[in-house]
Ligand binder design. Structure first.
Ligand code: NAP
Ligand code: ZN
Length: 352
């Protein structure tokens, strides 16, 4: 075992602070990775504060972080796909049974044995898995991704969750070229949703509660921006969307967005608010509309997304912070004040 520095939360009400954790020695199939950057996802905050207690209660200490980019430092004897020195990524998944129908269909995220990067049972060391707010991580090579060499690493890290979580439902919806696509919430996920929807040729409209993000939304690729708190602006677009991606992290009125959809329109939720959303049956019946959900993406699709980003030069827009500012970053995330993802420079942990 190896002792590693990390930032952890001791309880739902504690700030994140310096801690030490154990990482396993590399087994036959493992890759050991020195973490260079780790994105801050709103799921990190939900988990640290135990906001998903009814579905996935948090075990403490909790070391979050599932948007990991780093360099391979060691590989097990049976590892064939990676060598020390290579740049790699790790997202939300670090293991699954790799034999069930979901794994065979390349949607390991739905495997009943899926192991998430943090707060999942750790079958090697006991306790729970610890995420990327740490110096290094040891991961089965099947769950390690290749990172395109041409991209900025701080901006690549968020692709491992915010990227795949928006790429996957957009691809799944079908050919969005020329379709009117809405992205609700311009945060970490939302700004990636805008980039992908635009890259696939959609007519992209952002719904935001933050008037100050309007210019950025257009720069990121939106054709139009709607301030969702302005009833007049909302009314103008009623019934006109083919597909809407809802990334909101908090309670909100989903019926307002169902009203934006046209016949057979679909809204896909990727945001995971703590409390249930109330849905009006009538908002679905009239117009034969549907609501779906989507959870990250499988490993194969995550690699496809990274390769797509490499080819089209797509990364997240990041604010790079030292790990010592992580609690401040959380406070800003709650206030929707992120442009548009925090990426932690993990070199800052070495100096502690
Ligand atoms: P984020 O960066 O905090 O962005 C969320 C955005 O939602 C905010 O920037 C804000 O955008 C909008 N928003 C926040 N509170 C709101 C409110 N009360 N009413 C209306 N809009 C509000 O968060 P994120 O990292 O993108 O994550 C978004 C959600 O997706 C979280 O719940 C997260 O846990 C979840 N998630 C799900 C998956 C998955 O696999 N399904 C993966 C990753 C994350 P504006 O300022 O533009 O209004
Ligand atoms: Zn995430």
């Amino acid at each position: 075992m190896n002792t590693t520095k990390a930032y952890s939360a001791a309880s739902a009400t504690s700030p994140l602070s310096l801690d030490t954790i154990q990482r396993r020695d590399t087994t036959e199939r493992d890759v050991r990775i020195e973490i260079l950057y780790c994105g801050i996802c709103h799921s990190d905050l939900h988990t640290v504060r135990n906001e998903w207690s009814s579905v996935m209660p948090t075990t403490y200490p909790c070391v979050p972080g599932h948007e990991i980019v780093g360099r391979v430092t060691k590989v097990g004897a049976g590892v064939t796909r990676f060598k020390p020195g290579e740049l790699v990524g790790v997202g939300c998944l670090v293991d699954s049974d790799q034999s069930c129908p979901h794994c065979r269909a390349n949607v390991e995220q739905f495997c009943s044995e899926a192991v998430f990067t943090y707060n999942s049972p750790d079958k090697h060391l006991g306790g729970v898995t610890y995420g990327g707010y740490s110096e290094n991580i040891v991961v089965d090579e099947q769950f390690v991704l290749r990172v395109p060499a041409n991209l900025d690493l701080a901006g690549v890290a968020p692709l491992l969750c915010a990227g795949i979580t928006t790429y996957s439902p957009i691809r799944r919806w079908g050919d969005i070229k020329g379709k009117k696509v809405g992205v609700v919430g311009l945060g970490g996920l939302g700004h990636m949703g805008v980039k992908f929807a635009r890259a696939f040729g959609a007519q992209v409209v952002v719904f935001t509660t933050s008037p100050g993000k309007k210019e950025d939304a257009l720069r990121l690729g939106a054709h139009e921006v709607i301030i969702s708190t302005n009833a007049e602006e909302m009314k103008k677009h009623a019934g006109s969307f083919d597909f809407i991606l809802d990334t909101i992290a908090a309670e909100h009125d989903i019926n307002a967005y169902l009203g934006m959809l046209g016949l057979d329109g679909n809204i896909t939720l990727v945001g995971a608010p703590e409390k249930p959303l109330a849905v009006s049956a009538f908002a679905l019946l009239f117009g034969r509309k549907s609501i779906s959900g989507s959870l990250i993406g499988g490993i194969q699709e995550t690699q496809e997304m990274l390769d797509f980003c490499g080819k089209h030069n797509i990364t997240a827009d990041v604010e790079i912070i030292p790990i010592q500012q992580v609690n401040e970053a959380y406070a800003r995330m709650v206030k929707s004040d992120v442009k548009y993802r925090f990426s932690i420079d993990m070199a800052s942990l070495k100096s502690e």
